[in-house]
Structures are given as C-alpha cells and as structure tokens.
Design a protein around this ligand. Structure first.
Ligand code: HXC
Ligand code: NAP
Length: 295
C-alpha cells in the first residue's frame, strides 16, 4: 500500500508546551503572507509577541488580522529589507513596544521564474538584493543589537533546497538562497560566543493562496502536485511553523549553523535515469529565445 506520509495534526495544535514563548518577541519579515504568516501564527499560538515587517500595507494588515484572531500582541511596521535604515527603524519601533525581539525570522524573499538567458541584470539584482542582501542586513542589525546588549538570540532564515541542487529557471533565487545558507553557517560560528544561534529552515513545496501570479502560474503547469512528491502530498504551513518554533525554543538551542529541510524528501528524489530532459524554456512555457526581447 502506498498512501504516503500521513497528514499532520490540524492547524491550532502546538508542538511545544503552551506558553513556550510567553514574554518573547518574534520579528518576522514578510510575516503578512503565505509561509511567513504560517510561521508567525505558530509563534503567536505559543504566546509570543509578533512584529511583522514588510512593504505593502495590505500584507501588513492581513498579518495583523491573523495574529489578532489568535489573540497575540502584534504590531506591524513598513520596511523594505533592501534598505538598512528601514530595518533599523523597524527594530526601533519593535523595541519601543516590546523591547529587543529575541527571535528574528528572515522569511521575506523575492522570486519569479525566468530562463537565465532572458534575465535582465536588474532582475538578477532585484532578487539577490531582497533575498540575500536584505537577509544579511536584517541579521546584521539584529545581531549588532544583541551583541551590544549582551543578550542571547535566535535567527531562523527561510531557505530553499535549490541552494545546493541548483534551480533551473530560478538562477537568481537559487544563488541568493545558497548565500543565505552559507551566511548562516559562517555567522553561527562568529556569533556562537555571543549566544546567538542561527539556522536555516528549508520548505519543500508549500502551495498557498498568497503566492505571486508568476510562481502560481509556474506551479499550475503541474496539475497534481501531490503525486510528484515522495510523501504523496505537499507541505502544510503549520508543519513549517512547528519546525521554526522548535529551532528558536530552548529545546533547539544547541542546534546552530544547521539547515533543516521540511520537504518530505522531495529534493533527494533523483535516479540516474531521470525522465527525458525538457529544456527550461519549455518547462516555463517560453517560446524560442529572442535576443532582442528581455522576457
Ligand atoms: C522576468 C522580471 C519578472 C519576470 C520582474 N522582472 N518580474 N523579469 N520575468 N516574471 C524584472 C523586471 O522587469 C525588472 O527588471 C526587475 O525584475 C525588477 O522588477 P520590479 O517590478 O521593478 O521590482 P520590484 O517592484 O522591486 O518587485 C520585486 C519583484 C516582485 C521580485 C519583481 O515580484 C516582488 O515584490 N516579489 C515579492 C514576493 C515574492 O517574490 N515572493 C516569492 C517568494 S517564493 P528590468 O530590467 O525590466 O528593470 C520563493 C520560492 C518559491 O522564493 C518556490 C516555489 C516552488
Ligand atoms: P510570499 O507569500 O510571496 O512571501 C514573500 C514575503 O516577502 C511577502 O510577505 C513580502 O511582503 C515580503 N517581501 C518581499 N520583498 C520584500 C522587501 N523588499 N522587504 C520586506 N519584505 C519583503 O512567498 P512565500 O511562499 O510565503 O515565501 C516565504 C519564504 O519561503 C521565502 O523565503 C521563500 O523563498 C521560501 N520558500 C517558499 C516555498 C513555497 O513553496 N512557498 C518553497 C521554498 C522556499 P511585501 O510584499 O509586503 O513586502
């Protein structure tokens, strides 16, 4: 019988003891949509105060509403993680309300499918700037404040498995996520003596209603996503949230510099006789390469 990995317990159950994050504050980038909202919700259920930072008011509003439904204390702050001053100002706002957050979740990222030969320099720069540079800028500001205050802290950065496999159709994002994983490994050593723990959390396929039209369109080319996974199902957001809460909890403290993959073994799925090669252009539904056209 092949029925795959069982479905997880429902949304609303917690993996850790109730109140595990009472008195803690979690600062999460991109926490108003998709997986960020899912991760923030699990911290909120365990008693954490939540600070959601991102650019768009409608996303901040959605995140705030979700946290209010759970009954968590939450503030939102407009912030573009490409801008170090904006990050510093957001952490100031968080600090005025709750004190310096103990947990940073680097969840915000940018991505769209595009064959490398069609990618403009600005397209590459934009994705790397948000996904890699923005993640470093947030981590740097957060780390400096904790080192200055002599307080321990936890950072969880959301990655992607194409960081180590390569990501055809996503060269910019794959390279940026590789940088995020590597940065985590470096800083875990540099900042271990200060009591700052850093890990990378890698989701497999977690479809959700907030996915951008570009990503959604790309996924729609595969009709039954469950049967394409060794687990015979995609991930559910609470499963990622539970992993994040564990890593940032007292029970996960000695895990640092680690990359935890939550993907039902999807990235390991390969054989030496893979299905016939389909070019990346074809997979993305692109016509023949036209050197005069950018996309
Ligand atoms: C080719 C594109 C493009 C596309 C944008 N560009 N979309 N190129 N194909 N589909 C190019 C633009 O033409 C421009 O280059 C450059 O990228 C910057 O575009 P802007 O629209 O000016 O950038 P900005 O307003 O800063 O918006 C950033 C963005 C946007 C990345 C383009 O989509 C965004 O804000 N995304 C945030 C949310 C997000 O991406 N979520 C996905 C995370 S999911 P030129 O040369 O024209 O100036 C993820 C993993 C998913 O990471 C895994 C799924 C299985
Ligand atoms: P999403 O809903 O599109 O989330 C991206 C978030 O990043 C948005 O809330 C967005 O908010 C924020 N953001 C983007 N640019 C920003 C900037 N410059 N400054 C501040 N915030 C910014 O996508 P998602 O699927 O939930 O992705 C969340 C994380 O999971 C990402 O790191 C992604 O790479 C990773 N991931 C997802 C999957 C999946 O299957 N969904 C798989 C692998 C990895 P604003 O627009 O309001 O700024």
């Amino acid at each position: 019988m092949t029925s795959g990995i069982p479905a997880p317990p429902p949304v609303g159950e917690t993996a850790l003891k109730p109140g595990s994050f009472d008195g803690d504050t979690v600062f999460i980038t991109g926490g108003g949509t998709g997986l960020g909202k899912g991760i923030a919700s699990e911290f909120a259920r365990l008693g954490a105060n939540i600070v959601i930072a991102s650019r768009k008011p409608e996303h901040l509003e959605a995140g705030h509403e979700a946290m209010a439904e759970i009954g968590a204390e939450c503030i939102t702050v407009q912030c573009d993680i490409r801008d170090p001053d904006s990050i510093s100002a957001a952490l100031d706002v968080a600090g005025e309300r709750f004190g310096l957050p103990r947990v940073l979740i680097n969840n915000a990222a940018a991505n769209f499918p595009v064959p490398a030969e069609d990618m403009s320099p600005n397209a590459w720069r934009t994705v790397v700037d948000i996904t890699l540079n923005g993640t470093f800028f947030c981590t740097r500001e957060f780390g400096r404040r904790h080192i200055g205050a002599e307080s321990s802290a936890s950072v969880v950065s959301v990655g992607a498995s194409y960081a180590w496999t390569g990501g055809p159709g996503f060269a910019h994002s794959a390279a940026a996520k590789a940088g995020v994983k590597n940065m985590t490994e470096t800083l875990a050593v540099e900042w271990g003596p200060y009591g700052i723990q850093l890990n990378c959390l890698v989701p497999g396929l977690f479809p959700h209603e907030d996915m951008t039209a570009d990503i959604q369109g790309n996924l729609e080319r595969t009709h039954d996503k469950d049967v394409c996974q060794p687990a015979l199902r995609v991930g559910q957001r609470q499963e990622l949230g539970w992993a994040a809460t564990f890593l940032a909890s007292p029970y996960g403290q000695f895990i640092t510099g680690h990359t935890l993959t939550v993907d039902g073994a999807n990235w390991q799925r390969r054989v030496l006789t893979n299905p016939p090669v389909v070019s990346t252009r074809e997979q993305l539904g692109k016509g023949p390469f036209d050197p005069d056209q950018k996309r």
